[in-house]
Design a protein around this ligand. Structure first.
Ligand code: FDA
Length: 307
């Protein structure tokens, strides 16, 4: 019940100001967002990749309001790519981007977001890695998929995310499950209306399995974005039945969630990619992590009270 309330708060400027200013917030935020600057994050990239993990990097931020902020987002990714280039990690470290941060919701936002994301995709390709377009709320997805298709003309390895909770997703999965495509399947983290999305956990989980089957049986490269132990076992079984080798799909989880499982899957020989977010504009990302698990909120509330 708490989840939808927290998700509503994630879009409130008043709550953003309140929570961002709370003195104890940072120590709780650090669990999910382990740095604010490139200088903070490069050592973490080195540490995690040395443990056999792969990464997808997110410079946090979304819902920007000016074209200058969109250019700044592009530049932040370009700086990150420049800083990790000498590490020579290739596609062990890819980028995840939210198009809203690249200007998608501004005037002429579709073109602006495409113009801002393209140099990031080019820079990533130049160091042997890729970019995946995150999926945001359902109103943004037609534009996201069109940008994805456009980018794939020159950079076919560009990935995208699909969300099991949306009714449209089975059809999207069928369209995307073609040779060379990279598709991350997640349950979905936004507050969506019943006209477009399943609302109950068991319905979302069932939809996840249906879509996963389409991806596993298809020709593309499935990226299983979930911490759910049941879905992870089902994914392994579906991969086995589809005759996929260990390097023909990968698991992805968020930094700070089930860290031991990251290492366990990597030790079993799976490709395990950790979605690692950093930056100062962490509010929206952090609130979605609270909404996913009410126990996080209790922990957060306790730390506020005990100070
Ligand atoms: P579920 O929520 O059922 O959780 C399963 C178990 O995982 C829980 O019981 C708990 O143990 C643990 N867990 C999950 N979330 C937790 C949390 N916040 N704190 C502590 N423990 C937690 N969404 C989206 O809409 N667009 C996107 O682009 C992305 N991108 C993305 C990338 C990657 C790599 C991942 C893993 C997830 C996303 N998501 C996302 C988020 C996704 O939609 C979803 O909200 C979360 O992954 C939680 O769903 P689970 O599949 O983990 O299952």
């Amino acid at each position: 019940m708490l989840g939808p309330v927290i998700l509503a708060a994630s879009r409130s400027d008043r709550m953003r100001r309140l929570i961002s200013a709370a003195p104890v917030t940072k120590q709780v935020v650090d669990r999910f967002i382990p740095g604010e600057t490139v200088d903070d994050i490069v050592p973490i990239v080195e540490e995690l990749t040395a443990k056999g993990l792969e990464l997808t990097m997110d410079v946090v931020g979304e819902d920007i309001t000016t074209p200058e902020q969109a250019s700044a987002a592009r530049d932040a990714y370009l700086e990150l790519i420049e800083r990790i280039a000498p590490l020579g990690l290739g596609d062990k470290v890819e980028m995840s981007v939210k198009l809203s941060m690249f200007g998608q919701a501004l005037d002429d936002g579709h073109e602006l977001a495409l113009a801002n994301v393209r140099p990031v995709v080019e820079a990533a390709a130049a160091i042997g890695t890729t970019v995946t377009l995150d999926a945001e709320d359902h109103t943004t997805l037609d534009s996201m998929f069109a940008i994805h298709e456009e980018l794939r003309k020159d950079f076919p390895q560009t990935g995208c995310v699909i969300q099991a909770y949306l009714f449209r997703t089975e059809a999207d999965a069928r369209r995307l499950a073609e040779a060379g495509s990279r598709v991350r399947l997640v349950k979905g983290a936004y507050k969506e209306p019943a006209q477009v999305a399943y609302q109950q956990k068991h319905e979302i989980d069932k939809a996840y399995v249906r879509v996963l089957r389409i991806l596993m049986e298809g020709e593309g490269y499935p990226m299983i974005g979930s911490h759910d132990p049941r879905l992870i076992s089902i994914a392994q079984e579906l991969a086995r039945r589809a005759g996929r080798k260990l390097d023909e799909y990968e698991f992805q989880m968020l930094y700070g969630i089930r860290g031991e499982e990251h290492l366990r899957l990597a030790a079993e020989g799976h490709r395990m990619r950790v979605y690692t977010a950093y930056g100062t504009d962490w509010y929206g990302y952090f609130m979605r992590r609270l909404a996913e698990k009410p126990a996080n909120l209790r922990f957060f509330a306790r730390s506020m009270v005990s100070k």
